[in-house]
Ligand binder design. Structure first.
Ligand SMILES: [Zn+2]
Ligand SMILES: [Zn+2]
Length: 99
């Protein structure tokens, strides 16, 4: 199975999981890497650590996780995956929908 090593907690994270086709953050600590300029394009040269920054609900109630790059301040949001640490997610601050 294809996986990546989380840059924050060092755990092995498989790319595919329930509820997501293109995982971009760690389900254990919710950290990610700044590798995209727009979702999935892998074109950013930054490669900074994207820390979980906040959360918001879309109009249809879907939970969205907001990441902020600790290196350049870039902000991005993603759907959460079925096996993300929901307790950790719930503890994040609610932010205004950044779209
Ligand atoms: Zn992690
Ligand atoms: Zn960055």
């Amino acid at each position: 199975m294809e996986y990546f090593i989380c840059a924050n907690c060092g755990k092995k994270v498989p790319f595919r999981s329930f509820g997501t086709r293109n995982r971009n953050h760690c389900p254990h600590c919710l950290h990610s890497l700044h590798v995209d300029r727009s979702s999935g394009d892998r074109s950013s040269k930054c490669k900074g650590l994207m820390a979980p920054y906040g959360r918001f609900n879309k109009d249809d109630g879907e939970h969205m996780l907001v990441h902020k790059c600790t290196k350049c301040g870039f902000i991005r949001w993603n759907r959460i995956a079925g096996d993300d640490d929901f307790e950790l997610f719930k503890g994040l601050n609610t932010v205004k929908d950044p779209r």
